[in-house]
Design a protein around this ligand. Structure first.
Ligand code: SF4
Length: 279
């Protein structure tokens, strides 16, 4: 019988809608369904060496919620010297429940996220009773790099704080406005799953950090990238007089406003960097 809580992480992938579902499913487990039995693991924080997350993977059993078979969160845990006890893959649960994945969709399928959260919660219970899973083989990443423009935009996608979610939302909003750049999936970069390493090595980056840990900036630097401009979300809130989002699962109206503010900054920096490049 496991007495310690189970650390539950999600890939929080930026480049595919599956990562958004995984992210929401993790919140269902740690904030609602198994609040007393689990702790939240944040893959960008773990990859950036944040002490609390590194300790979690050493001291607790780990359940990993992954968008797809690439299993970026599991890779990040393993690269940090830990071990994953069980994996839940969003794509497989969607298939099992006849839910069609629309790869162009940004809005999270809440029903699917809840189903994934329920599945992960059942596994948390099993781990309490000594369950160990034979882990699946690694597959092809669904978050594929789309290299465009001359700049990388790297949102932190952090899980622990609502401003990590706002950083992610800011990136989506800038993309929707047609701001041309390579939007980097930080978990894929940290897990070395895709081709994001080449993108950050070859182009200057704008990093968007949700808190003082500055995980996006740390991971870009440790991947050999060069940061040209940084958006530090807590400072942006102060400068623009914005309120923080309601909570980490539902960013609400405040989160929307913060997302817009971040997108404005991204557009400004991308335009500025283009002018500098052309000189
Ligand atoms: S490629 Fe990695 S980050 Fe993207 S959905 Fe798959 S597991 Fe998640």
């Amino acid at each position: 019988m496991v007495e310690k809580k189970v650390a539950v992480g999600a890939c929080t992938g930026y480049g595919h809608y599956l990562g958004s579902v995984a992210r929401r499913a993790e919140y269902h487990v740690v904030d609602e369904l198994r609040k007393d039995k689990s702790v939240l693991l944040c893959p960008p924080a773990l990859a950036a060496g944040v002490e609390e997350d590194v300790r979690f993977i050493k001291e607790h059993p780990v359940v990993s919620i992954e968008g797809c078979a690439a299993q970026c969160q599991r890779k990040i845990v393993e690269l940090a010297g830990g071990h994953v006890d069980a994996v839940v893959i969003v794509e497989e649960i969607a298939k099992r429940n006849n839910i069609i994945i629309d790869k162009n969709k940004r809005e999270v399928d809440k029903k699917l996220a809840y189903l994934v959260g329920e599945e992960a919660s059942k596994i948390v219970d099993k781990i309490y009773n000594g369950y160990k899973e034979v882990l699946p083989s690694y597959g092809i990443p669904r978050c594929q790099v789309c290299v465009q423009g001359d700049v990388c935009v790297v949102p932190c996608t952090g899980m622990g704080k609502a401003l990590g979610g706002a950083a992610r939302l800011g990136g989506f909003k800038a993309e929707e406005r047609g701001c041309v750049a390579t939007y980097v999936c930080l978990p894929s970069l940290a897990a070395k799953s895709g081709k994001y390493e080449d993108a950050v090595k070859n182009m200057p980056s704008i990093t968007i950090d949700g808190c003082v840990e500055k995980c996006a900036s740390k991971i870009v630097q440790s991947s050999g990238g060069k940061i040209k401009n940084r958006i530090f979300v807590p400072k942006l809130l102060k400068d623009k007089g914005l309120k923080p989002p309601e909570n980490r699962m539902e960013l609400g109206e405040e989160g929307e406003a913060v997302g817009k503010g971040i997108a404005d900054e991204i557009e400004k920096f991308v335009a500025k960097m283009k002018v500098e490049e052309s000189k």
